[in-house]
Design a protein around this ligand. Structure first.
Ligand code: S3P
Length: 175
């Protein structure tokens, strides 16, 4: 009964292109909970796009800010639906924060489906010139254990519409 636990956020994690933000917004609409996207907060803090942050300050700087932002979110009293950047669960400190401050839902998709979804998107620096099944599979494999370590619930998104995914999550919550 995830929604009934007043102290806990709902975190959506998973690889790029698994639908975290779209599904998160739908869940927020359906529940009346506040929606937060860690990338949007980071982007607002720097006053630039995620791609520009990587270019100007580098990934390490981005990751440190990501951890700071997650720490801030964890201390927000109102329950929120939080869409997390795809690489956020890699840091063990971030996984500790996720585990202690919310319920974590992992959205999964096959590399083929991910490629289809992100093929025309140039906003993700880690996929610049790396949009192939083999690159995506390699990254998924490297991240798998971290994702699984922190996930309370795993949802496959293959061939599903965001509305169907949100409905599936809501069903799980009410069971
Ligand atoms: C990243 C995913 C992106 C963003 C950044 C790094 C990653 O977020 O945080 O480009 O390491 O997987 P989305 O998963 O929302 O695209």
């Amino acid at each position: 009964m995830i929604y009934n636990n007043p102290k806990r956020h709902v975190f959506l994690i998973g690889y790029m292109g698994t639908g975290k933000s779209t599904v998160g917004k739908l869940l927020a609409l359906g529940t009346g909970l506040i929606f937060i996207d860690t990338d949007e907060l980071i982007s607002a803090q720097y006053g630039m796009s995620i791609g520009d942050i990587f270019d100007v300050y580098g990934e390490d700087d981005f990751r440190n800010t990501e951890t700071d932002v997650l720490g801030d979110i964890s201390s927000v009293e109102d329950r929120c639906i939080v869409s997390c950047g795809g690489g956020l669960p890699i840091r063990s400190k971030n996984r500790e924060i996720l585990k202690s401050s919310g319920t974590v839902i992992l959205l999964e998709a096959e590399p083929e489906e991910i490629l289809k979804r992100i093929e025309k998107d140039e906003s993700r620096p880690l996929l610049k010139n790396k949009k192939s099944i083999s690159e995506i599979s390699k990254m998924l494999e490297a991240r798998h254990d971290a994702y699984i370590d922190v996930a309370d619930l795993i949802i496959s998104t293959n061939g599903k519409l965001p509305t169907e995914i949100a409905a599936e999550i809501s069903d799980q919550f009410s069971n």
